[in-house]
Design a protein around this ligand. Structure first.
Ligand SMILES: [Zn+2]
Length: 276
């Protein structure tokens, strides 16, 4: 590839008063990657539409969140958060289409998905863009099976809840806590096999979380070098088995935020090294 497609619009950014930097991160990582002179191309995403959100969530929840009547994942009702949500989900969905089209990889600089359940938001997550994306592509016949490799430090219980509620058997959902969550060596050693197990999927959604870092206040057990090795393994094994990857940012709470941006920079560096 000549460059990595990054599906970014300023509309996916919001700035709620929150301990999490995640809603601001899309703008920060994109600026950082441009400053690093990475070979990336910014692609304007399409926003997810209400009907797509309502495939993963109840219609009441979708309507209540978008009208600011229900509390979002930041425990507030900020209009700017509500207005950003179709764009964060739409960024992942658009990037997933991009990865399916080029057969290799695309990036969605987004966070805040995996704790969101059928009609609940929690932990900085309001809508589950992972499930919105998988369900939209499935409904269009673009995929038969989808893999979700969630390497955020925390369990994606919202993803699991939606899968159970819809009796979904065509998504392979693997959270990093399923294997040796607190020990780097077994994690790194097992990871190639974990990625290879997605070989029967048509798309891998990879949450390249920064909060498994050993210095993260909500993490973690991996050093900066080990996180970079994690990313290298995911991209190289996925490419070797021929499964397109769409990846995003997920959590990361170190301060200053430059430490989080360094981890996401390393993920993009690993992506460029593998695919460009
Ligand atoms: Zn997390």
């Amino acid at each position: 590839m000549d460059f990595i497609e990054v599906y970014y619009s300023p509309k996916q950014v919001s700035c709620p008063d929150s301990a999490s930097p995640s809603p601001r991160k899309p703008a920060w990582v994109v600026a950082d990657w441009i400053a690093q002179d990475f070979p990336i191309g910014i692609v304007e995403p399409l926003p997810a539409i209400r009907a797509q959100l309502a495939q993963a969530h109840s219609q009441n929840y979708v309507d209540g969140i978008l009208s600011c009547e229900l509390m979002n994942g930041f425990r507030g009702r900020q209009k700017e958060v509500a207005d950003s949500l179709a764009w964060t989900c739409g960024s992942l969905l658009s990037a997933a289409r991009g990865a399916l089209n080029n057969g290799l990889v695309a990036c969605s600089p987004t966070s805040g998905f995996h704790h969101a359940g059928v009609e609940s938001g929690y932990g900085y997550c309001t809508f589950n863009g992972l499930m919105v994306t998988a369900l939209a592509l499935k409904a269009e016949g673009k995929v038969r099976r989808v893999g979700i490799l969630d390497c955020d430090q925390h369990y994606g219980e919202g993803t699991a809840e939606i899968m159970a509620a819809l009796s979904i058997d065509w998504i392979r959902h693997v959270s990093q806590e399923h294997w040796s969550p607190d020990d780097a060596k077994p994690f790194i050693d097992k990871l190639p096999e974990v990625v290879r197990d997605f070989a029967d999927c048509d798309l891998l959604i990879y949450q390249a979380g920064a909060d498994p870092h050993i210095n993260d206040p909500l993490g973690g057990f991996l050093t900066t070098v080990e996180l970079a090795e994690r990313d290298r393994i995911v991209f190289s094994v996925a490419k070797s088995i021929g499964i397109p990857v769409v990846w995003n940012l997920a959590g990361g709470y170190q301060e200053p935020v430059s430490r989080v941006l360094e981890i996401h920079r390393n993920t993009m560096a690993a992506c460029v090294a593998e695919y460009v």
